[in-house]
Ligand binder design. Structure first.
Ligand code: BMA
Length: 337
């Protein structure tokens, strides 16, 4: 076993801290978390669940920013080191392909992926209820919306970082108009980023772990490795005091990513620290982005904590892949729901 490698670009300036001595897990937190504070800009109350990518030698991000009217919107942020962020106070201005302003009523939980020379952004948008919005940018200054990918209700739209068998591929989580007390991960493909079909179910809530018993949803853009696509995802349990969000991982087949090769039984991160257990929504660890360095196998995992902060954790690809394989629950088609 062992030796999984990242297939992709190197990123020598990836944010990084070595695993603390004696730490037993395969994902460890940045010791100066969280990266952001309450009221990070004049118009915003909290930024969390955000998407970060390498950009021009530094980093850019699309941030979920909840304003002081309580509504979620998207803002751009910039960073030299991926740790200290300068978040713009203005919301992103979206235009349609004719240049007309086309703002979402609300927008949250963005993911960003670079495919060839374009950054694609997916987010939960208002389309007579929540659904998956899609847009593009090349410079994080001008943003153009494409067609919404799916009918309502849907959330957690996450694109793969390259075409697979000549098609764009997106994970999503069909939902309801509210806080959705159910949810499995599905996959759809498209020849053109407009028409989505050939839908497949990837994996369901439940399994043997209670932490993922209520619903699950894809996290960051899947990471291509020599052992398959490494997918970090969130899993939710309903306790007597409400939902608790944790982070797990699965490995999907490289050529047929609706096929789950391994899925962890135990979570990788669960709310433990004060910035995860106390905040606007207590007990939320919500992974949304990952930076990777193919050269070293390092992964920097960004997650929202307590719907209040952006936080950061680290992992090594070979350790996570080994862990998911060793910790895998027996996967039987038809088990779960
Ligand atoms: C989900 C989404 C996430 C949020 C989570 C916990 O339904 O709204 O943005 O982090 O709930 O509140």
């Amino acid at each position: 076993m062992g030796g999984a490698r990242i297939i992709g670009e190197s990123l020598s300036n990836i944010p990084w801290q070595d695993k603390p001595e004696g730490y037993e897990g395969v994902v460890w937190r940045y010791d100066k978390n969280p990266l952001t504070k309450w009221n990070p800009t004049r118009s915003t109350a909290r930024v969390f669940n955000s998407a970060i990518v390498p950009f021009k030698g530094g980093f850019a991000g699309v941030f979920r920013a909840d304003h002081k009217d309580g509504k979620a919107r998207l803002h751009v942020g910039w960073s030299d080191d991926g740790i200290s962020w300068d978040i713009e106070d203005e919301v992103i201005t979206w235009r349609d392909s004719e240049g007309r302003i086309y703002q979402p009523n609300y927008a949250y939980d963005p993911r960003v992926v670079k495919i060839e020379d374009t950054y694609y952004i997916t987010w939960c948008t208002d389309f007579y209820g929540p659904s998956v919005g899609v847009g593009v940018t090349k410079d994080f200054k001008e943003f153009i919306r494409l067609e919404n990918a799916f009918l309502p209700f849907n959330r957690n739209g996450v694109l793969f970082p390259r075409m697979i068998n000549g098609k764009y591929v997106m994970l999503s989580r069909p939902s309801d108009a509210g806080h959705t007390p159910f949810g499995d991960i599905f996959l759809s493909e498209s020849p053109d980023m407009i028409h989505w079909g050939k839908h497949r179910r990837v994996m369901g809530r439940g399994g043997t772990g209670w932490w993922q018993g209520l619903k699950i949803g894809a996290g960051p853009v899947p990471i291509e490795t020599t052992e398959g696509w490494l997918l970090f995802y969130h899993g939710v349990v309903l306790t007597c005091n409400g939902y608790v969000y944790s982070c797990g991982a699965a490995i999907l087949d490289l050529n047929n990513p609706s096929k789950v090769l391994y899925r962890c039984r135990d979570y990788l991160l669960t709310p433990e620290k004060e910035y995860e257990t106390v905040g606007f929504v207590p007990n939320v660890v919500f992974p949304c982005a990952a930076l990777t360095d193919a050269e070293s196998g390092r992964i920097a995992l960004y997650y929202g904590s307590a719907d209040t902060y952006v936080s950061l954790a680290f992992a090594r690809v070979e350790e996570v892949v080994d862990y998911v394989k060793e910790n895998a629950e027996p996967f039987h088609e038809g088990e779960g729901r």
